[in-house]
Design a protein around this ligand. Structure first.
Ligand code: CAO
Length: 440
């Protein structure tokens, strides 16, 4: 005996106009009792709608995008009547005989077999508010909008769906593709970007505002970005700014360059800065260290290698000048010229970029008054340089024109404290304002 059973939206607690986000059945499907037939979603929760009847789906009356309320017809199912119920053996609390799916035809226009009966309204078995994402930013707590199918998909991949900040579906709903893109991004970064509960930047479809074009990031840019994000999240950094009078140094530099033949490498101020940095590291050995993995000891280095950030068409690279403490000004200038040229041609080998103790990031050739460079961890500090300019300096009785060089020292505050940072910078200042001191 079969009966045509109507499946309707059950009592969902006075909520109307609920969005249909997914319909899981089609005419001809054979479905089981309690099987999810559709997914409905309100602003606050998504809900799997279980079937109140088992059998073959005859007709489906809803589609994604529709809005439904309690009592809306979802589907008709040709249900097998259960002999036990036919014999009137329904359990206490079960639907009344005239409402039972197993009851023979009620007086309707439908032919006696199959007959149309009302299915008992199923309880929405899985109204589940989406989990709240772990956030460190303050602000309203948002729930992740996603269908159960997408949630299941995310669970199968081990993705915490709350870490996906915004979906690309309607009203920001998270779709399967969003989960896939999230996984791709995490794989590419080699680390979970939201591991610390940090919400990701929302994905925006900019084409809605105007014409756009996608440009792939170079590999160097991608790797630098990952490295910078990792460092930014891991290191408590402080940047200390200072100005150094390099008037005398500049006179000496110009004199040296005037002696050089045309094809010889010119000496820029940066070379003196390398020298001054080495001297300051010798005076303050904690700047030539790295924090051990357990965070409990410092690894002190007895060699002096300086990384120089070089701007290339493909992005930032940091060739390392080795054992700079053993080299003279001209040798360092020639080595920097060679390595920065190799860098710009993309010919640096990985070994050329390894083993740095401290890094210098110089924007002086471009401009600037100050910036806050990011430490190239596991190094413990980085020296930033911007453009020197003539300034009036009070010498006790009058203002005199002096060439002032702005320097920025960012350090890892787990290793270097503020006073040490200031003393280190004072030493650099002393060396650069009177380079004879480098001989001491
Ligand atoms: N103040 C005034 N002038 C400066 C200066 C400063 N602080 N630093 C450099 N200059 C001058 C130089 O003397 C040179 O002048 P001339 O053309 O008259 O000789 C000119 O600026 C260009 O210098 P340069 O950049 O070629 O040489 P450099 O030794 O100072 O720097 C290098 C070498 C490789 C660091 C540089 O070319 C470079 O790539 N800089 C960019 C670094 C960068 O991108 N850092 C990353 C920042 S964080 O993302």
């Amino acid at each position: 005996m079969t009966a045509l059973v109507e499946i309707k939206v059950p009592d969902v607690g006075n909520i109307t106009d609920i969005d249909v986000v997914e319909v899981a059945i089609h005419p001809g499907d054979v479905i089981a009792l309690e099987q999810t037939i559709a997914t409905l979603e309100t602003d606050k929760a998504s809900m799997d709608l279980p079937s109140s009847a088992a059998g073959a789906v005859q007709e489906v009356f809803i589609k994604p995008g529709d809005k439904v309320s309690e009592g809306s017809l979802i589907a008709t199912v040709l249900a097998e009547a259960k002999p036990g119920l036919e014999a009137g053996t329904e359990k206490a609390g079960a639907a009344k005989p005239e409402e039972s799916a197993a009851q023979p035809a009620a007086p309707t226009e439908t032919p006696p077999e199959p007959s149309v009966n009302k299915a008992p309204a199923p309880a929405p078995s899985t109204i589940k508010p989406a989990p709240e994402p772990a956030m460190i930013a303050s602000g309203p707590v948002r729930t992740a909008h996603a269908t159960p199918a997408v949630r299941l998909f995310a669970r199968e991949l081990g993705v915490d769906i709350s870490k996906i900040s915004t979906g690309s579906g309607r009203k920001g709903r998270i779709l399967k593709d969003d989960v896939k893109n999230f996984v791709k991004r995490v794989m590419a970064e080699g680390t979970a970007p939201s591991g610390g509960g940090i919400p990701a930047i929302p994905v925006v479809d900019f084409s809605q505002f105007g014409e756009i074009e996608e440009q792939k990031l170079s590999k160097i840019k991608r790797l630098t970005g990952q490295n910078m994000s990792r460092i930014w999240l891991n290191l408590p950094m402080v940047t200390y700014h200072e100005e150094v009078d390099i008037t005398e140094m500049e006179k000496f530099r110009n004199a040296l360059n005037a002696e050089k033949a045309k094809d010889e490498t010119k000496i820029t101020g940066l070379i003196f800065i390398v020298k001054a940095l080495i001297a300051a590291m010798q005076k303050f050995p904690s700047f030539n260290s790295s924090l051990a993995g357990d965070g409990e000891k410092l690894i002190m280095k007895k060699y002096f290698n300086i990384g120089i950030a070089v701007d290339t068409p493909n992005g930032l690279v940091v060739p390392v000048l080795r054992n700079v403490n053993t080299k003279g000004i001209n040798e360092i200038a020639a080595e920097l010229a060679e390595k920065s040229e190799k860098a710009r041609q993309g010919k640096l080998m990985p070994a050329d970029m390894q083993g740095g103790c401290l890094t210098i990031s110089s924007l002086g050739g471009i401009g600037g008054t100050a910036f806050t460079p990011i430490v190239n961890a596991p190094e413990v500090a980085i020296l930033g340089v911007t453009r020197a300019k003539m300034q009036p300096l009070w010498n006790g009785s009058e203002f005199v024109p002096r060439l002032m060089l702005p320097l920025d020292l960012t350090y890892d505050h787990r290793v270097i404290d503020g006073a040490e940072g200031a003393r280190f910078m004072a030493a650099i200042k002393q060396y650069l304002s009177d380079i004879r001191r480098l001989l001491l």
